[in-house]
Design a protein around this ligand. Sequence first.
Ligand code: G16
Length: 544
Amino acid sequence: MQTKTYNTAPYDDQKPGTSGLRKKVKVFQQPGYLENFVQSVFNSLADFQGKTLVLGGDGRYFNRQAIQIIIKMAAANGFGELIIGRGGLLSTPAASNLIRKYHAFGGIILSASHNPGGPDEDFGIKYNVGNGGPAPEKFTDALYQNSKIITSYLIAQFDDIDLDNDAELEIDGLKIRVIDPVDDYAELMAEIFDFKLIKQSIAAGLLSLRFDAMHAITGPYAKRILENELGAAPGSVFNAVPLEDFGGGHPDPNMVHAHELTEIMFGDNPPVLGAASDGDGDRNMIMGANIFVTPSDSLAIMAANARLIPAYAKGIKGVARSMPTSQAVDRVAAALGLPCYETPTGWKFFGNLLDADKITLCGEESFGSGSNHVREKDGLWAVLFWLNLLARKRQPVEDIVHEHWQTYGRDIYCRHDYEAVDLAIANEIIDHLREQLDSLPGKNWGAYTVKFADEFSYTDPVDNSVSSHQGIRIGFTDGSRIVFRMSGTGTIGATLRIYLEKFEKNIRNHDQDAQLALAELIDIAEQLSRIKKLSGRTEPSVIT
Ligand code: G16
């Protein structure tokens, strides 16, 4: 194979964040920028010659050009086989499945997840390892170091590959398979869930749904599985055609951005289940008629009812949640006698726990949940979990949630995001919080007394690796918490997140509006952080 070496100079901003490298498209379009990062990935790997790489993305602007470059770089660097989703498309969980199913060495996923797409918006790239999950910090740290000293990259010299038709090709010993992006994933879902029961319930009119694909990658997956295989009415899946700019929308499945779905679910004659997924198909939002299920509650309800799902009928090994996720799932774990792990934000931290079979289900407040079936969070899997649950329980979503709260109590929860804050101001806010930590225990605000205040640090129980500076936690004696973190996925300035949580055991108080119930904690959070004061904002950019 003819390859060419190009000289390059390092860029100093290629440090992967919570989930790979996310930047504006224009940053990725700088000469050699994408190439430097991809070569740094390959320079951080060993013994991959002749092995298989999975390649695909969420179809956003620049996906097609980037894939052609990566194909030629993977070829030049010595991979033996490339498995690519037709059209260059693969949802993140589908890519994870392919890596595992075909025993690939790893995979490259092109996505900036829920961030907007288009020439002036965001692009992203991440490397997943052989277990199908995001590369661990040890790898991303090495990759960043390599990106700072890179001097050249390699590109094979052949024409662009036709990605629009399924094909098996060979170029000078390199095999390239262009495959249907949905087939293998749909097969996996049918193994996990009771498709027959869901189908019967839909046909009998007991189950109805609307799924907002937000003009992102899950459109083709949801159409095939929900409408074609399970028989949901045509049009149940809407905004189903993936577009390079997501139709100008923000493919983030929350009530702000999935407003069409929200209007349906709070309107006249809503269906039994409403759901949405994000840009790359790994996030999910679950709604019922007149109710939004918080991702933290959804995880807890899944854990409590896992035995109703065929793949988990024999019981689950344990559960895990990211630190800022509410403690609702902890209560289920305690009641069922299951181990429960608290990890830093980032799906990569669940990988070792899943590989070691310490957990079966895991999830995050950031609209992510998943299981040991792949090593990424999985939006459509969560929707199918709920459909299967609803078909078994034959109850409205609202009743399932309320019964859950009656049994375990309610963890009233919300997150306030301040986006695009000046980085220096954001650092000042976090530093100021850090300085107060030692003096906070014992301090009172009305009924709230601080029990502990620390900066979260995680020691992985499998490989003993330590991840520090993972967010500021302030815990109160009644179990309430305020957590402050700087997001690792934003692309402009800094995004500051405040996570607020209060436990309510009393059934009579379960039907409260979260913002009102959390008003005092919201006020304490501002007193401690002075975010509004220092950033000049009067309110959060987004509340979820
Ligand atoms: C990514 C990670 C998640 C994380 C989320 C938010 O999700 O995979 O584990 O919870 O970002 O992270 P942050 O709070 O640092 O912005 P996605 O869906 O964006 O890939």
